[in-house]
Design a protein around this ligand. Structure first.
Ligand code: ZN
Ligand code: ZN
Length: 359
């Protein structure tokens, strides 16, 4: 499609899935030339999110092929359009999940572009010139300035990359629900890519953090490496009962179907639980723990651009990054398989520059 889109004149080397269940292979394609509002970026690192895997496998039936995944992108600016004032050549920048939004609705005007009903994502979306969006498993990206953020100098470009999806996904509800208050008690359900960053945000802002997991063996990791204060095994009835009404907030990152009932009982009266994992089947939500505890269950999807920059700046100040395993592009297929088995601590990040010799 891009071959015939006017102005798509820049040739890019990347990695794509060409069909459902297909492997990721080297893929040469075109991006638009740098427009007046665009920032062109040499990609250095790209995180591998679970959503990438879902799209590669067409789990949700919405994938547009060829698919160049990747929405946790960091790199350096190589060119800016004539309307761009906030970025210059050489700047360290990041791009997350959003490629386009209408810029005119109530949500866009409030920098909640993520909730614009015309939002288009960084890959497998349709840009306003009709082309398919291609993500960060590639050497170069042309992004509208609205969706580009600065990466503070104090943050490493590899471990900062997953902040652009995993980080903002947990930070946005923490901010929106006013969770970032020292001394409050936060529960984090699931200790994966999202959960481990939620623990770090909680500790950086002085909260008491409890990790809730089905895996008892993660206790040591949660407490010693990530600094969690408490750990509850969700299948251990005794532990869960002992934790009843102990938490102000809960962030639930689990993407597998599960019952919210036992977890809701951990909340104090008027406590809030936010779902950021996305089970593909409905979760069990019993009404009694809601009613008898005046509790609230909310959802949240990534975050807006103003909020994403704010998160990046706070991560710079508090030295918050993701724990990562850096891989080379020729390891992408193996990494996706391992991601499917949750065999990673806690995020794969592709060293895009290392792929140069393989193309
Ligand atoms: Zn993601
Ligand atoms: Zn809009």
């Amino acid at each position: 499609m891009t071959e015939t889109t006017p102005n798509h004149t820049q040739t890019v080397n990347g990695w794509a899935a060409l069909e459902a269940n297909g492997k990721i292979t080297p893929f040469v394609f075109k991006r638009r030339k740098t427009g007046v509002d665009d920032v062109t970026i040499k990609i250095i690192y790209c995180g591998m999110c679970h959503t990438d895997l879902h799209h590669v496998r067409n789990d949700w039936g919405i994938t547009l092929y060829p698919l160049v995944p990747g929405h946790e992108i960091t790199g350096v600016v190589t060119e800016v359009g004539s309307n761009v004032s906030g970025f210059k050549v050489g700047d360290r920048v990041g791009v997350g999940c959003i490629a386009a939004s209408c810029l005119d609705c109530d949500y866009c005007r409030d920098s909640q572009e993520n909730y614009c009903d015309k939002v288009q994502f960084t890959y497998s979306g349709i840009f306003w010139d009709g082309s398919i969006t291609y993500g960060g498993y590639s050497e170069m990206l042309v992004a509208d300035k609205r969706y580009v953020v600065h990466i503070p100098d104090s943050l490493p470009m590899d471990a900062a990359a997953p902040l652009l999806c995993a980080g903002i996904t947990v930070f946005s509800p923490m901010k929106q629900h006013n969770m970032l208050q020292a001394g409050k008690r936060l529960g984090v359900v699931g200790l994966g890519g999202l959960g481990h960053v939620a623990v770090k945000f909680g500790k950086a802002f002085g909260l008491h953090v409890t990790v809730i997991s089905t895996s008892p063996h993660k206790e040591k990791e949660a407490k010693q490496r990530l600094g969690a204060d408490n750990f509850l095994v969700s299948t251990d009835l005794k532990q869960m009962q002992a934790g009843a009404r102990s938490l102000d907030y809960i962030i639930d990152t689990v993407a597998a179907k599960h019952s919210l009932g036992p977890i809701l009982e951990l909340l104090k009266v008027s406590g809030t639980m936010v779902l950021v994992g996305a089970p593909d089947k409905p979760v069990d939500l019993p009404s009694f723990p809601l009613i008898f505890g005046k509790r609230v269950v909310a959802g949240s999807l990534i975050g807006g651009m103003t909020e994403t920059q704010e998160m990046m700046n706070l991560c710079g100040e508090h030295n918050i990054t993701c724990d990562i395993e850096v891989v080379k592009p020729d390891y992408i297929n193996e990494a996706l398989d391992r991601l499917g088995r949750n065999d990673v601590k806690y995020r794969f990040v592709i060293d895009i520059a290392a792929g140069k010799s393989m193309l």
